[in-house]
Design a protein around this ligand. Structure first.
Ligand code: 6R9
Length: 632
């Protein structure tokens, strides 16, 4: 827990960006904007919401009935009207909205705002043909292709609630999520391409829907036109056949600000993953605002967020936020080091990317392979660099700043979560940057580092990172499990607890240290210990399992599993491989342990809970802390 760990704060180092980037930025002066927000929080959000199109204005900005908030009460809007129609019916009509790049150079697709509008309307009409309507849940399990974005927007267009599942998840993870939301339709593709290989997705879906009776139809994007996969007509329909002969217009469904927009699953510390619910009004306002002000998006920008829309970063800053701002967005089905570690830098040069948003794990990988790769490319188009997903350590910050940003580009290290929907902490453009520290709450957010009683921690003393006031894009509930929602607000009275440990410096800059719970952040992806453990235990040879995160220079953390075998089962390398394979098949490649140790027993509390903290301390040669609850 948040024991007091003292961080050395005496080696203070700030980077001060060029003054003109502050003068020309949307945010202008951070302190002044923050004070204006504090003086009139509702007025602040009201002003931002007015920059968007609403079918009906709101009566009140917010209603706070702890821990439940409602925002923009009785306001009616549709996020896709704001992402598409607003631009397609203005001088941005022929502006490029979406550029997609596959692994091969020739694989490219480009949509203007007008074209994207039309593609979304057509697919939305296709979904209507299948009987999908407002409030129905649709699962999207696709690779990073334009049709993935189009499917999300088409759902939002007609008021269906989408739930995107990352294409790297396996059968069980997908099945659990489809059943959780009782999806009516699943949208998928025949294959995803990775490192030159076609990886089939359709068969995973077919297995995942077997025990999911809610699913009526599977829509399949057939990418491999040479060998089109066969469709089972009673259930399966081709993506493009569905839009044959449909109208190119599909009016955007007027949605109440508080209607759900999407559900996105995130790993829980115990039990099953949580379906985080975001709503139409607040999420639109929050992602529009942060994309505009944190990244400083202007009409001339070319924006690239490397996250897959299967994660919240891809939702908020790969799709919705940039389209709400009428930006030109690049998406790529590209692995950072395939065919070589120059791929991403080539894309930046080729497309003239100006705003680049990625994760520390990628930055550290590029650091390791050397700066000759980015140095071969002309990266002078870049003007803003972003980071998200895990702490950006000072070494990675400096490398990113010098080698990629050439000492010119501000770095916005953004702290936020699936649950928060939008950026919460960062160093706004123009403010001095402190490597290792994300920065301060953005205007619109009240956050602090506190002890278990909710008292503000003095500078240098670690505590829990909390948010003290509601914000528009906060999650509204956990799908079908409101109890778990209330937990976020009940741990520390009056505060939203993010389960991250943090420390502040004397200037109020916040350093995020890591999770205070049993989530393991591997390469920027949250993985619940519970999920990996239950996958291991579902193997016939395993009696019990416990997993921990082990610090890793590249991935932030890797997973180590401790496994007790059933009587009579022999440990060995073959079994280790079997277990890794088993986890890969059930949860997907992102959750596989990189180390497995066979043990005779596991440290447990008297109530039978595995003390992962003790395992971790042993593993890392640290003091395990209080072990008074440890069983004999
Ligand atoms: C957006 C996203 C959330 C968790 C969060 C924290 C970690 C995210 C961070 C960061 C340090 C940053 N995290 N951004 N840690 N610095 N800039 O990643 O959402 O997948 O829900 O993960 O990721 O631990 O609590 P999500």
């Amino acid at each position: 827990m948040a024991d007091n760990f003292n961080v050395r704060l005496d080696e203070v180092k700030y980077y001060t960006p060029d003054a003109c980037c502050k003068e020309q930025s949307w945010i202008g002066d951070y302190n002044r904007t923050y004070q204006a927000f504090l003086a009139d929080p509702d007025g602040f959000w009201d002003g931002i919401a007015r920059e968007l199109d609403w079918f009906q204005p709101w009566d009140r900005v917010k209603e706070w009935n702890y821990p439940y908030a409602r925002w923009f009460l009785n306001g009616k809007l549709n996020i896709t009207h704001n992402c598409l129609d607003r631009h397609a019916h203005s001088q941005r009509r022929n502006k490029v909205a979406l550029m997609w790049r596959g692994e091969d150079e020739g694989d490219e697709q480009i949509y203007t705002y007008r074209q994207l509008h039309q593609a979304v309307c057509r697919f939305a009409n296709g979904l209507k043909r299948l009987g999908v309507g407002k409030g129905d849940r649709v699962c999207i399990y696709m690779p990073v292709v334009p049709e993935q974005v189009i499917a999300m927007l088409a759902c939002a267009r007609i008021g269906a609630i989408h739930s995107v599942v990352f294409g790297g998840f396996g059968v069980n993870a997908l099945n659990q999520r489809i059943r959780g939301i009782e999806a009516k339709v699943v949208i998928t593709a025949d294959v995803t391409y990775r490192r030159g290989k076609a990886i089939p997705l359709k068969n995973i879906v077919e297995e995942a829907v077997v025990s999911a009776p809610s699913v009526e139809r599977i829509v399949i994007l057939r990418r491999d036109t040479d060998k089109p996969v066969e469709l089972h007509p009673e259930m399966e329909v081709d993506y493009y056949d569905l839009t044959e002969g449909v109208d190119r217009e599909c009016p955007a469904e007027p949605m109440d600000a508080e209607d759900p927009l999407f559900i996105l699953y995130t790993s829980g510390t115990t039990g099953s993953p949580k379906g985080i619910v975001h709503t139409c009004g607040g999420y639109t306002v929050g992602t529009y605002y942060t994309t505009k002000y944190v990244f400083d998006v202007k009409d001339s920008d070319v924006y690239w967020c490397t996250a897959d829309p299967g994660w919240i970063t891809g939702h908020s800053y790969g799709v919705y936020g940039p389209l709400l701002n009428g930006a030109t967005c690049l998406i790529a089905e590209a692995t950072p080091d395939y065919p070589d570690p120059g791929t991403w830098w080539n894309l930046i040069e080729e497309y003239g990317v100006t705003i680049f948003y990625t994760a520390p794990t990628a930055i550290r990988m590029f650091m390791r392979v050397g700066e000759e790769w980015p140095n071969r490319c002309n990266l002078s188009s870049l003007r803003v660099l972003g980071s998200v997903g895990e702490p950006l350590n000072p070494e990675a910050f400096e490398w990113y700043y010098r080698t990629i940003g050439k000492d010119r580009c501000p770095i916005v290290d953004t702290w936020w979560q699936t649950e928060t929907g939008m950026h919460m902490l960062t160093t706004m453009i123009g403010e001095p940057m402190r490597p290792g520290f994300v920065g301060k709450p953005i205007p619109g957010v009240v956050a602090d580092v506190v002890d278990m009683e909710g008292n503000s921690c003095p500078p240098g003393t670690g505590g829990l990172l909390v948010v003290k006031e509601p914000w528009p894009s906060m999650m509204r509930t956990v799908w079908n499990d409101d109890e778990r929602y209330r937990k976020y607000w009940n741990t520390i009275p009056g505060c939203y607890t993010a389960a991250d440990l943090a420390v502040k410096d004397k200037d109020g800059y916040i350093m995020v240290i890591g999770r205070s719970d049993d989530l393991i952040v591997v390469a920027g992806h949250n993985i619940g210990t519970a999920e990996v453990e239950s996958a291991l235990v579902s193997h016939e040879a395993v009696a019990e399992a416990a997993v921990i995160g082990k610090p890793d220079a590249m991935k932030g953390n890797v997973i180590k599993a401790f496994v007790i075998l059933k009587d009579g089962r022999q440990p060995g390398d073959k079994l280790k491989n079997d277990l890794v394979y088993h986890v890969r098949m059930t949860l997907g490649p992102i959750a596989i342990p990189s180390e497995i140790e066979f043990v005779q027993s596991l440290p447990k509390t008297r109530s039978g809970k595995i003390m992962r903290r003790v395992l971790k301390a042993q593993e890392l040669g640290m003091d395990p802390g209080d072990i008074s609850t440890l069983e004999e």
